[in-house]
Design a protein around this ligand. Structure first.
Ligand code: AMP
Ligand code: ZN
Length: 113
């Protein structure tokens, strides 16, 4: 999608620190890490937010969670990590291309702020 930051990253028009890529998924290190491990895992398809997940496009979500577990295990997080998506501005979404934050390597509080 034109004018979408993450679509531009997927296309290689904006550089990123890539962690993983296949036909459907792209993963890269967050530019402003909030934990020692902070990877963004995104579908290549432009889905604006979690509010737009439906039966038509949800197969990739399963693959994203499989990949999140694989990356977390590869980074030796020992089962201790958080996967989170912010949907909508009130929840803190700043980039309107669905993305899952994989955070690990420190303790987290609950509930989130
Ligand atoms: P959210 O606020 O949940 O929409 O998350 C967007 C995330 O994208 C933030 O954690 C940003 O630090 C991250 N981000 C923004 N621009 C870039 C970029 N060019 N490369 C990597 N991560 C980015
Ligand atoms: Zn996009």
């Amino acid at each position: 999608m034109k004018d979408c930051l993450f679509c531009k990253i997927i296309a290689g028009d904006i550089p990123s620190d890539k962690v993983y890529e296949d036909d459907e998924i792209f993963a890269f290190n967050d530019i402003s890490p909030q934990a020692p491990v902070h990877v963004l895992i995104i579908p290549k398809a432009h889905i604006p937010s979690a509010a737009d997940i439906s039966a038509e496009n949800s197969a990739v979500i399963m693959k994203i969670f499989e990949k999140a577990a694989e990356i977390a295990n590869k980074k030796n997080l020992d089962g201790n990590f958080r996967v989170v998506t912010n949907s909508g501005e009130k929840a803190g979404q700043s980039v309107h291309h669905l993305h899952f934050h994989l955070l690990g390597g420190r303790d987290f509080s609950w509930p989130p702020g």
